[in-house]
Structure formats: C-alpha cells, structure tokens
Design a protein around this ligand. Sequence first.
Ligand SMILES: O=P(O)(O)OC[C@H]1O[C@](O)(CO)[C@@H](O)[C@@H]1O
Ligand SMILES: [Mn+2]
Length: 432
Amino acid sequence: MWSFAYLTVRDRLPTILTKVIDTLHRNKDNFFKEYGKEGVQAEKTAISFLSRLRNELQTDKPVLSLTDNAEDSEAWNEYMRRQQDLMEDGRPVSWFKSPWLYMECYMYRRIQEALYMNPPMDKFDVFKEGKTQSYFESQQAIKTLCTYLQELITNMENMTEIQLRDSFLKLLQISLWGNKCDLSISAGQDNSQKSSPIDSLPDLQRFILVDDSSMVWSTLVAAQGAGSSGKKHARVDIILDNAGFELITDLVLADFLVSAGLAKQIRFHGKSIPWFVSDVTKQDFEWTIMQTMAANHKWMSASGVQWKHFMKEGTWSYHDHIFWTLPHEFCDMAVDAADLYSTLQGSDLILFKGDLNYRKLTGDRKWEHTVPFDQALRGFQPAPLCSLRTLKADVQVGLQPGQAEKLSSQEPDWMTNGRYAVVQFSSPCREQ
Ligand SMILES: O=P(O)(O)OC[C@H]1O[C@](O)(CO)[C@@H](O)[C@@H]1O
Ligand SMILES: [Mn+2]
C-alpha cells in the first residue's frame, strides 16, 4: 500500500503546482493592466520556472539550492546541506527520497522563488483567491459565531466562573475544529465551514482523541495572579494556521480571552510568505479584520470593529518570522531562531494551531502512539503550550495503550482523514 507521504508528493503537490500555474495564467490581463508589458513578461518567466519545478518533482530530480538571495535563502541552503550530509550513500537528496515534511515545505518555498525572481510578481500571493473564497463560503458560520461571541460578551458580567470556563472550553473547541478547513489537504478544493460551528460541538466530542483543555484553562487562571501586586498581565501567543473560517475562530477565541480578562495581550504569529495554500499572512490577517468590519451584519461588523480596535491599541499584535516558513522542527528553534524562542519564553500560554505545526512539534517521526507528548517535543518547551490540531498526517503521540489499534481496526485512515482531533498540552513546570 502507498504511504500517505508518497501519495502527497506524487499526487497532491503536482496538483497544487498546476493550480498555481493556472492562477498566474488567469491573472495575465491584470498583470498587464497593473504593470504593462513588464508584468506579462514576469508572468511568463514565472510560469516556465514553475513548470520546470513540477517536472523536477515528478521525475524525482535532486533538490536545488535557492538562488533568490532573500532573507531566508541562506538558512534554507544551510538546512539543505545538512540534509545532504545525512544521506548515507552520498546520493543527492531528491523529491521522493527525502523526509516529506521537508519536501512539502521546499515546494512552497520554490513557488516563492519563482515570484521573487520575477518582479513585479514578487508581491503576488498565488493562493489569495482561494483564501478569499473560503472566507466568503463560510459567511453563514461566521455570522453565527460572531453573534454567539457578542452574546457572551454582553452576558459576561453576570457569569459565574463555571459558566466562564464552559464558554472558554466551547470556543477552544470551535477553534480546534476550525482547523478542518485548510485548503492544502484538499489540494485547493473548497473546504469551508457550512454547518453551525456551535451546534456541531456535542457530536464532535467523541472525535477528540486527547483532550487536555482543562489544563489550558488552569494555566490561564494561574497566569492571572502571576503579575506583581496581583496585577493581571497574562500574555497568550497564537501560532496561526489557516485563513478563512479557521482564522475567524482564532480571532473569536482571542477576543473572548481579552474581554473576559483572561489575557491582557495576544500576540498572533503568521507566515511571511504564502504557505501550504491557506496559511495566514499579514495581508490575510488585515484583510480578514477589514472584511469582517465591513460586513453587512450587525454582530459581524461589531466584532470586526472591536478587533481593529484591539490591534490599534496594541492589545493584539501580529508578528511574522522566517522560522515559521523554514523546514526545521521546533526543537531546533532555540538554536536556529534564538530570538523567536526567547520571545516565546515570555508567553503564559502558546496555542499552536493545526497539523503542520503538530508535525513540526513532534519532528514528524514514526513515534509509538503511546509516547508522551512532552517526550516527542524533545526539549521544545519555551512556555506552557497546547496543540489544537485535526489529524491530517500520520504522526500521533500521547494516546492510551490500545487506543490507536482500536482506531486502526475501525477506520484505517483515522490519522489522515481529518475527522479526528487532539488538544495536547505540555508545560515546562508540569510534573512528568
Ligand atoms: O493546515 P494544516 O492543519 O497545517 O494542514 C496542512 C496539512 O495538510 C497536509 O498537506 C496534508 O498532507 C500536511 O502536509 C499538512 O500538515
Ligand atoms: Mn495550514
């Protein structure tokens, strides 16, 4: 039987590349309108670069160093040299003979190289249309969620601690399931939220394989009293994943944390280049807030206005760092991106959204399913952290003995079909 990794590199990645080429073709007139002949020439050259790239992939050619002299090129090339040194027989690292996490990341970085090398295409986001469309296709779910949020905020003053906790846990789960809506697993096909995100929760509960959310709650509560003279100053960092509905669920959760006084500061971390089809860039982040503000729906626009205000006053902030679009596992962060690691050490709670982040947290290894999450992190513990992830790749740790075997017998593709999820927590000060 073919592995999921093999099928990804054989089928899904070339499909994504073909769509990227199509997108450039379709935008030819726009490039002409905006940049004249120079724009059309750049589009042509980028397309031939991307066609060559697709051919390199499909014929298992050796990976090539980056030549675009961008901020992250040297870090990439250095990583590639390291991977080459690991090859036992000295054969070149090639598309089908390397760790698939590395090859997937590499493909997205090479797409960016095609654009960087062809200004004025260098600012063009080849995935923008898909992300925008997925936001609009989730409109009804977004309205429902924003209405729910505004109701919670209105009633917040009268809430008991238990009610507050329950509301938090619901929004955490909504953000978790928001991760179903990524466009990379579906190779760019529509994958938006159609049903009510709140009504679906009870039915989805049994698909959560590990649920550490009560530890997330305790961490937030403990952080409340941590400031000098009992001042509340908790800071939450959210390592974002996908734009569209998932981003809305993250913003709603972040709004709740601030409005309920559970956090004073939220730092969002996104990607500095278009990534894995639907991941959030700064432009997507700002667009989503503006779009929500401008919605013709009372509670949606009220939410958007509030979010814009949080950004303006600095309660919320957006950050990107090249490390998030390097192929490195997170246990490399302390050495390879020491500045980012030390920033994260200042957090009271870090939420890692999505499947790719989970693969990087665990190094995408063939771990036994019962290996503890802490162990799979291999020393990556900048602060208390939690992974909110729907399963879309074949790595999973922290399960009970027998749990994986049972799932495999019932549903052989349980790790990749996106129906299951985990909320997994780890804290540097937790007793092992
Ligand atoms: O948006 P997410 O949750 O990181 O999902 C993207 C995932 O989809 C996949 O492309 C599925 O193979 C994985 O490579 C990746 O981890
Ligand atoms: Mn993603």
